[in-house]
Design a protein around this ligand. Structure first.
Ligand code: SF4
Length: 513
């Protein structure tokens, strides 16, 4: 029901008028590396979000750069503000025989399908065979977790670290541009163990051939490691993002990262420095964003901070684990004029937090935030999760109590961001229940009224939509047949049923993990 409302409310028939242009966006971009212009295959790269959000996703930066460097005429498309023209040259989507999307999360798949429909492209791979329609493919973070969500629509799905299969993909597409034989293309793609071709690999609703997602991309300098372009129009502003690490050794019960993204591996400081030297020598970037699952795990973090400070670069961290927060990390941010930090206590009580796999206490949170306040931080954004397995009313009440203590002890201004726990495939808590929208609303309302009792420095509260959490849960567990039905529902604007049982999706996923 929730999903069907969203489907019907989305504007899929977006009109593109002749005067729409990405010119002001192009003019604002600075490229960190010179890319070849043109190429032999027009290839549309789509990111299912606003340009500002897409520009902060390193995946599309990497893919765009690699395709161009390999002689492909790749152009970037975003869902908004101009959906069917490329950022690079205002080229209309209909000029592209190949369309691929980078899908990071479940809602992105829904946006991708709606965008295709809005372009007049049939969602069913079988229906696309009947006309001169483009080949549709996808990759991205969702393919490490549950690629079946994409399997009812995509002709091919690259599983895991896509950069390793680029040469193979490009060879297949170069041959396709000569022979135009879809069947031959699909057969060739299907031979690669890290590519899923649903029309070939899925028989009677089940994956018939074992596929192996690639999780081995080395952190060497053979691969891109930083933003391909910077722009003040990104949600992070004019920041150069640099990826330090992949994978995580911790095993938080709700997190998809440890099981999905392979062994924890780091880029060496020397390689990063070499690349930063080159980029910073020819650009006017003043801010560097360090991209890691947990910044403090990076072994050469202090060396890197020292180097960036010498280069007079502002530093921001994609994530900070409160128990590993150091004075050096705090001052790196405050010296650059950033007086706000973001941390994730997740729960109000220690025992529930421990059951999530987060081994730090409220005492540690308060000590570390007191340190942050003493070093110039004046605001903290706190992430909490509700609906966790084993959670009680006491845990919900403890959220406002913890906030109260933080304000009393540190004087910091607080912004609380509260979301619901969504059990995902491949996590230790994959079998745990999703609490549902009415329970989420009740818990939200308890938190709101508890927070009203705080009089001094009243925290700001941001609540994630219960409907969106329910939609995320639904889509996270889609099997192949569900994905086919999703495509039908979008095409016909009809309500959609709930996903199949989790057990049946897990059985299907055994052939993809
Ligand atoms: S939540 Fe953070 S620390 Fe925990 S497993 Fe995920 S990435 Fe690692």
């Amino acid at each position: 029901m929730v999903l069907s409302k969203k489907l019907n409310s989305q504007k899929t028939e977006k009109k593109v008028t002749a005067w729409q242009s990405w010119e002001e966006y192009r003019d604002a971009e600075t490229f960190t590396t010179e890319l070849p212009k043109g190429g032999d295959i027009p290839w549309a790269l789509f990111y299912p979000a606003d340009y500002a959000i897409g520009s902060s996703n390193l995946g599309i930066h990497y893919v765009f750069r690699l395709l161009r460097e390999k002689g492909i005429a790749a152009e970037r498309f975003f869902e908004r503000p101009i959906p069917y023209r490329s950022v690079d040259a205002d080229t209309m989507l209909e000029r592209f025989p190949i369309i691929t999307a980078g899908i990071s999360y479940e809602g992105g798949a829904l946006s991708f399908f709606n965008w295709l429909k809005g372009a007049g492209i049939p969602l069913s791979p079988i229906n696309r065979k009947k006309g001169d329609f483009p080949i549709v493919g996808a990759g991205g973070a969702i393919t490490y977790i549950n690629p079946l969500l994409l399997s009812g629509v995509c002709d091919f799905i690259v599983l895991g670290d896509a950069l390793n299969v680029f040469d193979y993909l490009i060879e297949c597409f170069r041959r396709y541009m000569l022979h135009s034989d879809r069947e031959l293309l699909f057969n060739e793609l299907a031979e690669n163990k890290s590519i899923l071709v649903p029309l070939i690999h899925i028989k009677n609703g089940f994956v018939a051939n074992k596929r192996i997602p690639d999780k081995t991309m080395p952190m060497s300098d053979e691969y891109p490691m930083h933003s391909t372009w910077t722009t003040p129009k990104s949600i992070f502003g004019n920041t150069l993002l640099i990826e330090l690490q992949r994978g995580c050794i911790r095993n938080c019960s709700y997190c998809t990262l440890p099981s999905s993204f392979g062994k924890m591996r780091f880029r060496s400081f020397d390689i990063i420095k070499e690349h930063l030297d080159e980029v910073l020598s020819k650009s006017n970037v003043t801010q560097v964003g360090l991209v890691t699952p947990e910044a403090s795990d990076y072994p050469d973090l202090n060396k890197l901070i020292d180097y960036l400070e010498v280069r007079k670069m502002g530093i921001s961290f994609a994530s900070l684990r409160i128990d590993r927060l150091t004075e050096r990390m705090i001052t790196a941010q405050t010296c650059a004029g950033r007086h706000s930090i973001t941390v994730a206590p997740e729960t109000g009580l220690d025992a529930l937090r421990l059951s999530c796999g987060k081994r730090f206490t409220n005492k540690t949170i308060i000590e570390k935030l007191s340190l942050a306040a003493s070093k110039g931080v004046n605001q903290v954004k706190l992430y909490f999760m509700i609906g966790l397995p084993g959670e009680t009313d006491e845990d919900i009440f403890a959220i406002s109590e913890l906030c109260h203590c933080i304000i009393e002890e540190t004087g910091l201004s607080l912004i609380l961001s509260v979301g619901a726990f969504v059990p995902k495939p491949g996590t230790p808590w994959q079998h745990q229940p999703f609490v549902g929208t009415s329970a989420i609303r009740k818990k939200y309302s308890a938190i709101s009224s508890d927070l009203r009792t705080i009089k001094k420095k009243k925290p700001k509260l941001r609540l994630t939509s219960p409907k969106e959490a329910a939609e995320e849960f639904n889509l996270a567990w889609y099997g192949y047949n569900d994905s086919v039905e999703l495509a039908n529902a979008i095409e016909k604007n009809v309500p959609l049923k709930k996903h199949s049982s989790r057990e049946s999706t897990l059985t299907e996923l055994k052939f993809l993990w």
